[in-house]
Design a protein around this ligand. Structure first.
Ligand code: AVJ
Length: 317
């Protein structure tokens, strides 16, 4: 059963998009926060990425949930409220919900339209499960629906979304989640592992060019929503492994000298200059546990695939 969507005003979103873009284009190096990649079109392109042969994280994580869900459910116990941070298309969510037999499901996402659609799909699969979608930015602690106040909580943060954040911001996010979920909560989190560049680079620069379209969509979005005239076809997608920071970086690289305007402000870029648009941090087993501890979570158990590509970690507050 799908209950009403909590919907905050939208004008604030446009204002913070504009602030982030103008500040990011003026900064050196130029960088725009990755969250702005995920409008409707961006979220759909990301869904297409998850089905690419080169993009191992989604299928590896889904297989881990399918293979070990019952064991996870034995540790969490039944009857929790499952709170999913960044509900996405929720292809893996049914595996978790079947395994942990929750009393309610609360997907939280910044993209309201996407949230509504994915919640409707899950309501079809689990007709008796109360579903309470919340449209919000979960980077800060959020008040949860009153209807689940008395239930023990299980946070679900799959997909290595935590990898978008530098460790310092990731710790802040983990602490915000602990505050959102409260005492006695558990958290099941997906974290991508450090591995060879031969696997990592194609995963973020696929042969079909879907990741390139995902990245370039940010420029289309800026043009559309912020009145920009960026010549999008003068840019190309780049995926780089930054070994010192243990992360994949996505950049938008100008292929020639260009000038453009956004919201009435003028910018110039020389050929070869880039706009840094996303980070995807990777963790080895120890650094993953260290990050969780710093964020206020005690690791209880973890599951990984035979090649050690990806890990799901269960922790308690
Ligand atoms: C949604 C942040 C988990 O880092 O793998 C995939 C984003 N960007 N391909 C990732 C992404 C390009 C993805 N996360």
């Amino acid at each position: 059963m799908l209950l009403d969507l909590a919907r905050p005003p939208r004008s604030a979103d446009i204002a913070s998009f504009r602030d982030d873009v103008l500040a990011g284009l003026a900064a050196r190096p130029r960088a725009i926060p990755a969250r702005w990649l995920y409008d409707r079109a961006g979220s759909e392109l990301f869904e297409a990425i998850t089905e690419l042969p080169e993009y191992y994280p989604t299928r590896t994580e889904t297989a881990l949930l399918a293979a070990h869900g019952r064991e996870m459910g034995r540790i969490t116990g039944a009857g929790r409220a499952v709170i999913e941070f960044g509900s996405g298309s929720s292809a893996k969510t049914p595996h978790l919900l079947s395994a942990v037999a929750p009393a309610a499901y609360v997907p939280i996402d910044i993209s309201g339209e996407f949230l509504r659609d994915s919640s409707a799909v899950l309501a079809g699969i689990f007709p008796d499960l109360p579903i309470l979608p919340v449209e919000a930015d979960f980077l800060r602690a959020i008040p949860l629906p009153w209807a689940i106040a008395r239930l023990p909580k299980l946070g679900f943060f799959p997909g290595s979304t935590i990898g978008n954040m530098a460790p310092r911001a990731a710790v802040d996010l983990l602490r915000a989640m602990a505050e959102t979920l409260g005492q006695g909560a558990m958290l099941l989190i997906g974290m991508d592992r450090v591995k060879s560049e031969e696997i990592l680079i194609p995963a973020y620069d696929d042969a079909a060019g879907v990741t390139a379209r995902f990245n370039l969509n940010l420029l289309h979005r800026i043009n559309r929503e912020l009145g920009g005239d960026i010549p999008v076809d003068a840019f190309r997608h780049r995926a780089i492994w930054n070994d010192a920071e243990a992360r994949i970086e996505m950049h938008l690289e100008a292929m020639r000298d260009i000038a453009f305007a956004v919201s009435g402000r003028r910018f110039a870029m020389a050929a070869g200059e880039t706009i840094h648009s996303e980070n995807s941090h990777k963790y080895d087993p120890r650094s993953a546990r260290l990050l969780l501890s710093a964020g206020g979570w005690t690791p209880l158990a973890e599951w990984t695939d035979a090649q050690g590509l990806f890990a799901l970690i269960l922790a308690e507050a």
